[in-house]
Design a protein around this ligand. Structure first.
Ligand code: FAD
Length: 370
């Protein structure tokens, strides 16, 4: 008999399992996938750490979380500075002085601010749709070239038909700062995320290719308590219906060239290009292997926005009113499960960045183990 069964070897499960073991508890971790690390899983392709379930950049302002996670990996100095490609014109992101200089030839922050103000003022009164909202925040030129097409691809609808509230803020920087995240700490674990999770699970029994929901009775009988990080609606066999997700489809290619786009992320902001962005994985680690050698090939992932249907990989929860209400119903049901605690992005139906996932798992560990 184990003290804890952890369902899911993703980040939440790994943090909790590590803490449980550290506190002298016996732990068994299971995952239905053939690998650990959940959605932050990376695998080596042509010597490159390939982010299979989408590009992951660690960033946080939480010093406690940073001190915690750096026990398991050394982080490199990667800084996220995406580039936007609008019909072959390249712009620096997020919107900053480099962007404004390229867009209008302006040189000083004052000139840039003037240009933006002049364009913003064309929208008077309450914005009626997302298009008007975006123009009222950044002006028409930035909207047309850098917001419109990307947003329309993401939502599969025209910006004029989308509600204004979807975009609340579009930050504008009147400085030459193109560091996307406003985070105190940022980087990519050297050697990949899978290695980092492996270090967290060191000395802990892990069984892969085990679907808890298919062998529920057997595994329930194995432990006093269960930490379940799978989907909450699946746990209850979708008794109240499906929670919805937004999905992403990846098209991956290995190219026999050393450098495809010179940056980890390039967003395609026109409507015509079918993908929303291309990730070139090697640039998360500066194009080098762990010994510092240049890598001869490259791996890219084209990302497409796609409709989610039950059975697809759940990526982003749709936290709208309908789904949040349904989640609350499932949550009530989950509170009656005395032996089981629900956690992580699927168990709590929340978009959690990695740092928030770690904080949330540490909080749970603190409340249960100390
Ligand atoms: P998961 O990683 O999903 O782990 C849950 C695990 O449970 C999975 O391994 C699954 O196989 C397993 N499981 C589910 N059901 C069962 C079952 N019935 N039986 C057995 N096992 C089961 N965060 C950032 O900070 N920076 C980023 O750049 C970033 N990029 C992201 C990009 C994308 C496309 C997405 C979707 C998320 C991104 N995130 C990012 C968020 C990050 O992925 C999450 O914070 C993190 O993966 C959450 O970990 P988790 O353990 O809760 O969930």
């Amino acid at each position: 008999m184990y003290d804890y069964l952890v369902v899911g070897a993703g980040l939440f499960g790994a943090v909790f399992a590590h803490e449980a073991k550290k506190n002298g508890k016996s732990v068994l971790v299971i995952d239905k996938r053939p690998n650990i690390a959940g959605n932050i899983y990376t695998e080596k392709v042509e010597g490159i750490n390939f982010h299979k379930y989408g590009a992951h950049i660690f960033h946080t302002n939480d010093t406690g979380v940073w001190n915690y996670i750096t026990q398991f990996a050394t982080f490199n100095r990667f800084t996220n500075s995406p580039v936007a490609n609008y019909k072959g014109e390249l712009y620096s992101m997020p919107f900053n002085m480099y962007t404004f200089n390229k867009m209008w030839g302006v040189v000083t922050p004052e000139e840039a601010a003037e240009k933006i103000e002049e364009q913003k003022s064309k929208i008077t009164g309450e914005p009626k749709n997302l298009e008007e909202q975006a123009i009222s925040l950044v002006g028409r030129d930035i909207y047309e070239k850098l917001v419109k097409g990307y947003t329309e691809k993401q939502w599969g609808r025209d910006c004029k038909e989308l509600p204004a509230f979807i975009i609340k803020r579009l930050p504008v920087r009147l400085t030459f700062d193109n560091n996307y995240f406003n985070a105190l700490y940022q980087g990519i674990p050297v050697g990949g995320y899978t290695k980092m999770v492996e270090n967290m699970l060191d000395g802990i029994e892990v069984r892969l290719n085990v679907d808890f929901l298919k062998e529920r009775e057997k595994y329930e009988a194995l432990a006093d308590r269960i930490i379940y990080t799978g989907a909450i609606d699946a746990y209850f066999d979708y008794a109240l219906g499906n929670l919805e997700y937004r999905s992403v489809r990846f098209e991956n290619e290995i190219l026999d060239i050393p450098n495809f786009q010179g940056n980890a992320a390039v967003n395609y902001t026109d409507r015509e290009t079918p993908w929303t962005r291309i990730i070139e994985h090697k640039w998360f680690e500066f194009g080098k292997d762990e010994a510092g050698n240049d890598l001869p090939k490259t791996v890219i992932s084209k990302e497409y926005s796609s409709e989610w249907k039950p059975g697809d990989e759940p990526y982003y929860p749709v936290n709208d009113e309908k789904n949040n209400k349904l989640y609350q119903e499932y949550k009530k049901m989950s509170e009656k499960e005395e032996k089981v605690i629900f956690g992580g992005r699927l168990g709590e139906y929340k978009y959690y960045d990695m740092d928030v996932t770690i904080r949330s798992a540490l909080n749970l560990a603190e409340s249960l183990l100390k």
